[in-house]
Design a protein around this ligand. Structure first.
Ligand SMILES: Cc1cc2nc3c(=O)[nH]c(=O)nc-3n(C[C@H](O)[C@H](O)[C@H](O)COP(=O)(O)OP(=O)(O)OC[C@H]3O[C@@H](n4cnc5c(N)ncnc54)[C@H](O)[C@@H]3O)c2cc1C
Length: 298
């Protein structure tokens, strides 16, 4: 099928894109990599009257190390992030997740801002950026505002972004380097959207051997990224570098069970809820095991 008719505007700057959204393209949609929007247009699941193409705004595409933060422009392609030495060094959790997004052809075109604004529950970036406590910068007619990733995703393909707002940048704090990390997902075939996924970050203070805090976020099986805070507390209370094999196995088992319990209500109503709960619990347990393994190697 072909899309229904739309007017096409190519914005040369962020300001021009905002002016278009407030004027002649008020009933339109932004076009970034097109990897989600174009299939929706072709299937006529979306029928915007106008498209505002962001691809001629190169100033929206960058990865910058800015002291205590990494700043990534919204138009940065997944592929640029995949091969970024800065991200590999500073944000290994993000670097681990990106190659799991679709296939190379998708990653060549798809953008950070498009993935976040689209808010597919099965996408990798919302889950990982929630774990990393990223802050999203949105530009709109009333100026800019900063939204924590945790508050940005509100439901199935739903965010707090207003129609006339444009995602401009994502800022990821580097104040606490994780001692261990892991991103795991389960998809039926490599490159498919994940049925479930789990991001795990472990933190310590200085050279201490205790895990002083953890961030564990699950996605895919739920409508938006969900922090499993009971699991985070269990890890913080019970995991240290010196935890022996038998007590560690016990904590891992309880982690899996707790993750299943914590997400039960978020999964209720889905097809095969018991399977999805179990799958998510297993991913959280394996993710924690992998994160601890990395911590022990450092
Ligand atoms: C076969 C296939 C497999 C895929 N597999 C995966 C996968 O495994 N994991 C995954 O995460 N994704 C997957 N994707 C989607 C891909 O990652 C997309 O790149 C991403 O979802 C959307 O990014 P985009 O830049 O292409 O956005 P577009 O398709 O251009 O836009 C998507 C939406 O975001 C809005 N938008 C875009 N940019 C902005 C902005 N800066 N500010 C505000 N709104 C904006 C658009 O208006 C539109 O509503 C897959 C896609 C395909 C076709």
């Amino acid at each position: 099928m072909k899309p229904s008719r739309f007017r096409y505007y190519r914005a040369g700057s962020l300001q021009e894109a905002m002016d278009l959204l407030s004027g002649p393209a008020a009933d339109g949609k932004l076009l970034a990599g097109g990897q989600s929007l174009i299939p929706l247009l072709n299937l006529r699941l979306a029928r915007p009257e106008a498209l505002v193409d962001l691809n001629a705004i190169p100033s929206l595409s960058y990865i910058r190390s800015e002291g205590a933060e990494i700043a990534i422009g919204a138009l940065t392609r997944h592929r640029e992030m995949e091969f970024s030495a800065v991200l590999a060094e500073e944000l290994p959790l993000l670097a681990e997740a990106i190659p799991q997004i679709g296939h190379p052809a998708i990653r060549n075109r798809g953008t950070l801002g498009g993935s976040l604004a689209h808010a597919d529950p099965a996408a990798e970036l919302p889950c990982v950026l929630t774990a990393l406590d990223a802050h999203l910068v949105a530009a709109g007619p009333d100026g800019e505002r900063v939204i924590r990733a945790e508050d940005f995703f509100v439901g199935f393909y739903a965010t707090t972004l207003a129609h006339q707002e444009i995602l401009k940048e994502v800022r990821i704090p580097l104040d606490r380097r994780p001692a261990g990390w892991s991103f795991l997902e389960f998809a039926r075939r490599h490159g498919d959207f994940a049925l479930s996924e789990a991001s795990v970050l472990l933190f310590t203070e200085g050279d201490g051997d205790r895990c002083t805090s953890a961030r564990v976020v699950v996605g895919g099986s739920v409508e938006r990224p969900v922090r499993v805070k009971g699991v985070e507390k269990l890890i913080q209370d019970e995991i240290s570098l010196s935890t022996q094999a038998a007590p560690l196995a016990d904590v891992l088992r309880r982690t899996e069970q707790l993750a299943e319990t914590e997400i039960q209500s978020a999964i209720a109503g889905k097809e095969n809820p018991d399977y999805l709960c179990h799958l998510t619990g297993v991913l959280v347990r394996r993710g924690l095991e992998s994160a601890i393994g990395r911590w022990r190697k450092t």
